[in-house]
Ligand binder design. Structure first.
Ligand code: CMP
Length: 143
């Protein structure tokens, strides 16, 4: 079993896509281990995106992710990191394959609906920004 962190970004929340996106993950067989609607502070955003600190789009990205509530979740399942990244599609919504979340719902490279951890190391860095360990639940899904 593997865990990954997902953020439905402010454009996804404002466009009321949360339920449809989580339906995809649940139907695929991923288990929701943690879930919350929350505002992201600038320090949280800067920590979450610290690998992009030197990129020209860093400030704009921090402005965007702090512009409205996000839905943060920990999803769990076999190869969850790769499975969820594949379901999200390419970063640039205008290039993402149809059938992926970004391919179906986004035309943007910055406002691209969803973030998902791209490695185990990234998950270990990211989940602590949004969740305390006791908020990540273990329970049987009966599958
Ligand atoms: P995400 O998967 O959250 O990881 C980093 C984010 O930076 C990415 O999604 C986009 O929202 C954003 N991003 C990546 N490349 C660019 C770019 N060239 N211009 C603006 N934003 C970008």
């Amino acid at each position: 079993m593997e865990r990954t962190l997902v953020l439905i970004k402010p454009d996804g929340v404002k466009r009321r896509l949360v339920g449809r996106i989580f339906q995809r993950f649940e139907e695929k067989g991923l288990r929701i281990a943690a879930l919350k609607l929350m505002n992201v502070s600038r320090p949280m955003a800067e920590e979450h995106y610290s690998v992009h600190r030197d990129k020209p789009f860093f400030r704009s990205l921090v402005d965007y992710i702090t512009s409205g509530p996000v839905v943060a979740a920990v999803l769990e399942g076999s190869n969850a990191i790769a499975v969820v990244r594949k379901m999200c599609g390419a970063t640039d919504g205008s290039k993402a394959e149809p059938g992926t979340i970004r391919g179906d719902f986004s035309m943007g490279i910055e406002k691209n609906i969803i973030h998902a951890s791209d490695s185990h190391e990234a998950y270990e860095h990211e989940y602590r920004i949004f969740f305390r360990d006791e908020e990540i639940l273990n329970y049987e899904c009966g599958d």
